[in-house]
Design a protein around this ligand. Structure first.
Ligand SMILES: *[C@@H]1O[C@H](CO)[C@@H](O)[C@H](O)[C@H]1NC(C)=O
Ligand SMILES: *[C@@H]1O[C@H](CO)[C@@H](O)[C@H](O)[C@H]1NC(C)=O
Ligand SMILES: *[C@@H]1O[C@H](CO)[C@@H](O)[C@H](O)[C@H]1NC(C)=O
Ligand SMILES: *[C@@H]1O[C@H](CO)[C@@H](O)[C@H](O)[C@H]1NC(C)=O
Ligand SMILES: *[C@@H]1O[C@H](CO)[C@@H](O)[C@H](O)[C@H]1NC(C)=O
Ligand SMILES: *[C@@H]1O[C@H](CO)[C@@H](O)[C@H](O)[C@H]1NC(C)=O
Ligand SMILES: *[C@@H]1O[C@H](CO)[C@@H](O)[C@H](O)[C@H]1NC(C)=O
Length: 363
């Protein structure tokens, strides 16, 4: 009984394997760039109604607000919020790359229950985001048909940290719906069918396999986050937000704001990490009057125009900031703004110098 229920899906799954062996089929996302860890997204939907709390537990997401941010849901959404059948929820996962392939880290585990098969776990519980072969491979299960109730397995979800043509993107694992085409998916996610085909190692003419994940690159907002910051690379796609720097900072990405990440101090009173008793001040370096998220009024003394105090990452001790855009004609970062903030004092100094020169001349 146990075996027969397992054999049919096994056959069905293996069938296309002999026809074409595409990257989409194996569910492996290429990850060969210089960044070896990052946050990636998966699109999860369940055949049965569920709640955000269940999804948070299933995917071992530490804070519900990470899921809320990825879906741009209000912060006061409760964990009991119902999720309808086939409603897609975006879930941020920790991605690590090795051997040219990206997989989620070992946080996501599943404990086998009565009547579970690996096939059901892959297709039903995890909505087709992973194949049962991949679960078997990565957990070194010798015989996928022999699993026991109570056994715990790592669920290796597909992900990637690669840039796309030198541009930052958030990789999104999209489970292909029956009958949808590459062109439709490309249009839905703001990319093109050639890019999708190339990224997934398939010909753009090939029929997509339904219920398998496709690697979809979502354009990310550009940011000023330093590459040595603890949250680098901080990648957010359109219409999403995230907390960072021990929840002291909230960043959001909105395509209509020129695809630039905007960050501000969060209203969080207590940092999430007890190494910080309180959130460090996020005053802009070199421009004392400015705080993170503040924008200068147009400065008359520089060609820069308005500049923003932007988030530049964090370390164990501090939160970094930078004035953007950096002034090409200014000697040091922030000096353009410095001049604008303290211009009355500068004028006064100039008058003093001029006066001194005049006095010297007169003498
Ligand atoms: C990378 O691939 C090699 C050869 O396939 C294998 O021996 C090694 O264990 C793999 N490393 C990791 C970290 O998966
Ligand atoms: C790819 O997109 C182009 C332009 O949108 C379209 O003309 C072409 O038919 C598409 N190709 C496939 C295989 O979907
Ligand atoms: C980090 O950025 C600095 C300067 O922006 C650059 O010199 C350095 O090579 C970068 N390091 C890495 C690992 O990308
Ligand atoms: C960004 O997201 C908003 C809200 O969903 C949407 O209206 C807009 O079309 C998106 N813009 C791009 C360029 O994807
Ligand atoms: C939008 O961003 C691009 C590149 O980051 C920049 O060249 C352009 O000036 C920006 N436009 C506005 C209106 O800020
Ligand atoms: C600057 O930012 C601080 C902190 O976010 C805020 O309280 C203040 O109102 C801002 N000032 C201006 C002029 O935008
Ligand atoms: C808190 O921060 C320290 C230093 O950055 C880090 O080593 C530690 O892992 C963090 N703890 C948690 C729970 O994030």
């Amino acid at each position: 009984m146990e075996t027969s229920r397992y054999t049919l899906p096994l056959l069905l799954v293996s069938l296309p394997f002999f026809l074409s062996l595409s990257a989409q089929m194996t569910g492996d996302f290429k990850c060969s760039g210089s960044t070896s860890t990052c946050m990636s997204l998966v699109g999860y939907s369940s055949k049965n109604p569920t709640t955000l709390r269940n999804i948070q537990t299933l995917f071992a997401v530490k804070n519900l607000r990470s899921i809320l941010g990825a879906n741009n849901l209000p912060l006061d959404t409760t964990p009991d919020q119902r999720v309808n059948p086939d409603q897609v929820v975006r879930i941020p996962i920790h991605c690590s790359c090795s051997n040219g392939t990206g997989v989620s880290n070992r946080d996501i585990e599943y404990t086998i229950k009565k009547d579970d098969t690996l096939y059901l776990v892959a297709t039903e519980v995890f909505g087709g985001l992973v194949t049962y072969q991949k679960i078997a491979d990565m957990n070194k299960i010798p015989d996928p048909s022999k699993i026991d109730v109570g056994q715990k397995f790592w669920i290796p979800l597909p992900c990637s940290c690669d840039k796309l043509k030198d541009e930052d993107v958030v990789h999104y694992a999209h489970v292909v719906k029956e009958g949808s085409s590459l062109g439709e998916i490309a249009a839905q996610f703001g990319t093109d069918n050639m890019t999708l085909a190339q990224l997934n190692g398939i010909s753009s003419a090939v029929q997509l396999l339904a219920n398998y994940p496709l690697n979809v690159p979502l354009k990310a907002c550009s940011s000023s986050v330093r590459n040595d910051s603890l949250d680098a690379p901080l990648l957010l796609s359109n219409n999403s937000y995230a907390f960072t720097a021990n929840t002291c900072i909230k960043c959001s990405c909105d395509a209509s704001k020129n695809w630039t990440l905007s960050c501000e101090p969060s209203s969080q009173v207590k940092p999430s990490n007890s190494t910080w008793a309180t959130c460090p001040p996020s005053r802009c370096e070199g421009a004392e009057g400015l705080f993170l998220g503040n924008t200068t009024t147009t400065s008359t003394s520089s060609s820069c125009g308005p500049r923003t105090c932007a988030y530049a990452g964090y370390s164990k001790q501090t939160i970094f900031t930078v004035l953007t855009p950096t002034c090409p004609d200014s000697a040091s970062p922030g000096s353009g703004n410095y001049a604008s903030t303290f211009s009355p004092r500068f004028n006064f100094v100039l008058v003093l110098i001029q006066c001194a020169l005049l006095c010297l001349y007169l003498l």
